[in-house]
Design a protein around this ligand. Structure first.
Ligand SMILES: NC(=O)c1ccc[n+]([C@@H]2O[C@H](COP(=O)([O-])OP(=O)(O)OC[C@H]3O[C@@H](n4cnc5c(N)ncnc54)[C@H](OP(=O)(O)O)[C@@H]3O)[C@@H](O)[C@H]2O)c1
Length: 234
C-alpha cells in the first residue's frame, strides 16, 4: 500500500500532473476539484476549498477510503488579473480566499491527522510571481508570497513531529491558466526565461514528488523554483 496523498485542484493542469506522478509511484491519490472531476483512477472528491465544511467533509471521505492524508499538495489556485487601480475588493478577496486562505484551511486540517501519524509532507504550490512581483497581479502575487511565510511557520511548528512543509515555485507553465494570457505577454515572459521555453506540468510534478519522498526527508521550509531560471537569485 502506498501513502494517502491529497492534491487540491488536481483535476487538470499542474494538479493533475502531480496526482499522476504520485499514482505512478504507487501511492493512493485523492483529488479535490471544484467544477471539473478528475479522470478515472483517482479518488475524486468535490470540494470548494473556500468552504470549511466542504474541506472537513472531503478529509473525512479521504480518511475512510484511503486512510488519513500523509502527503498534502495545496495546489488549487486562481487568478483575477487587473491593474492595481482597477482591482476591486472582489478581485482581491476571491484570489486571497482561494489561494491563501484555502491553502491554510487544507493544511490546518491535514496537520491534525499528520500529528497523530507523527509524520507528513505538505507542499504548497506558489509561483515565481510571489517572489518577483508582476504588474496586474497584486492579488495573486500577495497570495503566493503568503504561502512562503505560511510554509516556513508550519515547518518551525511541526518539524519536531516529523512533518515537513515546503514550497514549489513554478515559472510559466503551459496550462489553462496561462493559455488565456495575451500572446504579447507570453512572448515577453519567454524572452526572460534562460532555458528559452515554458515549463511542462510534469516538470513541476517531479519536483513535488521528490520533495515528498524519503530522499527529501531533511528538507523543510524550502522554496524550490521550477521556472527555467526566470526567478534566478530569488
Ligand atoms: N500555470 C502556470 O504557469 C503556473 C505558474 C505558477 C504557479 N501556478 C500555480 O499552480 C497551481 C495550478 O495551476 P494550473 O495552471 O494548473 O491552474 P488551472 O489549470 O487553472 O487549474 C486550477 C485548479 O484549481 C482548482 N480550483 C480553483 N478554485 C478552486 C476552489 N475554490 N476550490 C477547489 N479547487 C479549486 C480547479 O478546479 P476546477 O477544475 O474544478 O475548477 C483546477 O483543478 C495554481 O495554484 C497556480 O497558481 C501555475
Amino acid at each position: 500500500m502506498g501513502r494517502s496523498v491529497l492534491v487540491t485542484g488536481g483535476s487538470r493542469g499542474i494538479g493533475l500532473a502531480i496526482a499522476t506522478a504520485f499514482k505512478e509511484a504507487g501511492d493512493e491519490v485523492a483529488v479535490t476539484y471544484n467544477t471539473s472531476p478528475p479522470p478515472e483512477g483517482f479518488l475524486g472528491v468535490k470540494c470548494d476549498i473556500t468552504d470549511q465544511e466542504q474541506v472537513d467533509a472531503a478529509f473525512d471521505t479521504i480518511a475512510e477510503q484511503q486512510g488519513p492524508v500523509e502527503v498534502l499538495v495545496a495546489n488549487a489556485g486562481i487568478t483575477r488579473d487587473t491593474l492595481l487601480l482597477r482591482m476591486s475588493d472582489d478581485d482581491w478577496d476571491s484570489v486571497i480566499q482561494t489561494n491563501l486562505t484555502g491553502s491554510f484551511r487544507v493544511a490546518r486540517r491535514a496537520a491534525k491527522g499528520m500529528l497523530r501519524l507523527r509524520k507528513g509532507r505538505i507542499v504548497f504550490i506558489s509561483s515565481v510571481v510571489g517572489l518577483l512581483g508582476s504588474p496586474g497581479q497584486v492579488n495573486y502575487a500577495a497570495s503566493k508570497s503568503g504561502l512562503i511565510g505560511m510554509a516556513r511557520s508550519i515547518a518551525r511548528e511541526l518539524g519536531s513531529r516529523g512533518i515537513t512543509a515546503n514550497v514549489v515555485a513554478p515559472g510559466f507553465v503551459e496550462t489553462d491558466m496561462t493559455a488565456v494570457l495575451p500572446e504579447e505577454t507570453q512572448k515577453q515572459y519567454l524572452s526572460q526565461i534562460p532555458l528559452g521555453r515554458f515549463g511542462r506540468t510534469e516538470e513541476i510534478a517531479k519536483a513535488v514528488r521528490w520533495l515528498s519522498s524519503e530522499e527529501a526527508g531533511y528538507i523543510t521550509g524550502a522554496v524550490i523554483p521550477v521556472d527555467g531560471g526566470i526567478g534566478m537569485g530569488n
